[in-house]
Ligand binder design. Sequence first.
Ligand code: SF4
Length: 369
Amino acid sequence: MKAGFPHMGDVWLPMVAILRGVGVEPVVPPPYSKKTLSLGVRYSPEGVCIPFKLTLGSMIEALDLGADVIIMAAGPGLCRFGYYAKIQERVLQEQGYKFDMVTTELFEGKFIGVSRFIKRLSGGASMATVYSAVRLGLKKIGALDDIERAVHKVRPLEAVQGTATKIFDEARHALDEASNARSVDLVKADFFRRLDAVERNPSADPLKVGVIGEFYVVLEPFSNMDVEIELGKLGVEVHRTTFVSEWTKFSLFLSMLGMTEKGKLHKAAMPYLKRDVGGDGWETVGEVAYHAGHYDGLVHLAPFTCMPEIVAKNIIPSMKEQIPLLTIICDEQMGRAGMLTRLEAFVDLLRRRRDAQRKAGALAHAAAR
Ligand code: SF4
C-alpha cells in the first residue's frame, strides 16, 4: 500500500513517522505550490474555501506520485471541512483516479480511536507498534513546534535576514531523519543551540503581533503567503496559539479529562458569542479579547467564503477590547505584492502607535516626578 495525504503545513512530519513506523509506505506530495493550487481550483466546486482547493490539488499530486490510498480527516465538528473528503473522492473518481479514500474521525475515540484507525490502515500491526509509531510522530511535531516558537523570536532580531528560516528548514529535515525519541531530543537541543548562536542586530526593537484565524490558513504558509516570515523581516515577533502539537495534545488526550485546547479563549469570547459558530470563529473572537493589551496588533487570516471567520470578522469591531487588527482574506485571487504592501503599512502604523505610547508614557512619568 502507498498512502498519500494532503501536504498541510508540517503535518507531513508526524504522518511520515507514523506510517513508516507501522510499515506503510508514505507518499508525500510536494509542498504546496502554484501548481497545487491551480490543480485544486480546476476541479473544485465554485465557492469552496481554499483548504478544499489546496487539499484537492495536493491529493492529485500524491496520486500522480503513485499513492493508491488517500488519508483525509472527516466527520462532524470540523465545519464543512468534515464533508470535504466525500466530495473530493467523487471529484477524483470522475477524473479517472483509482484509489481508496480512508477517512478518520479525529474527534471520536481520541487517542485510542486514532490508534485503531492506524492499526486498520497498517493491515494488522500490533497495538504496541502503533503506539510507538504515534508517540514518535507526536514527539517530532512537538519538537518542531518548539523550534518554530524560538524561530519566531529570533527572526526579527537576526543580523542577516533569512538565517532563522534556513535553520528551521534544516530542522524539519533533521527531525524527519531522527529514528527514535533520543535522536529527536538531540536534534531539538542542537537546533536550539544554533538559534541561540544566530548573530543579533543590536538595534532591533521588535513589535509583538499575534497571528490568529482559521486553523488551516494559519498553519499552511503557502496559503497565507508566508505571512509569518514576512512579519519577521519587518521586525515583528510573531505570537501564535495554534500549533499542530498543541491541537493533537488536547484533541487526542487532554479533552478526555475535560480540558480544551483553547478554554481560556472560549471564555474570553463568551460575552460576544454564546455558542460555537464552527471552525475557529469562536477562537478568533476569543484571541482578540484575550490578547488586546498584550500585543501591539493582530493579523487575522480568514479564507474567502469561510462562514466561521466571517462571523468573527463582523463581531470584532463591536468588541470593547480594541487592538489594531489587519484581516487578510486568503484565496487563489490573493496577490503577493498587495499583501506585502498592506502588511508593511500595518507594521508602520503599529510602530508609530507604539512610539507615541512610549512618548506619552515618558511625559507622564516626568510630570509625576
Ligand atoms: S473553517 Fe472555514 S476555511 Fe476552514 S474548512 Fe471550514 S469553511 Fe473552510
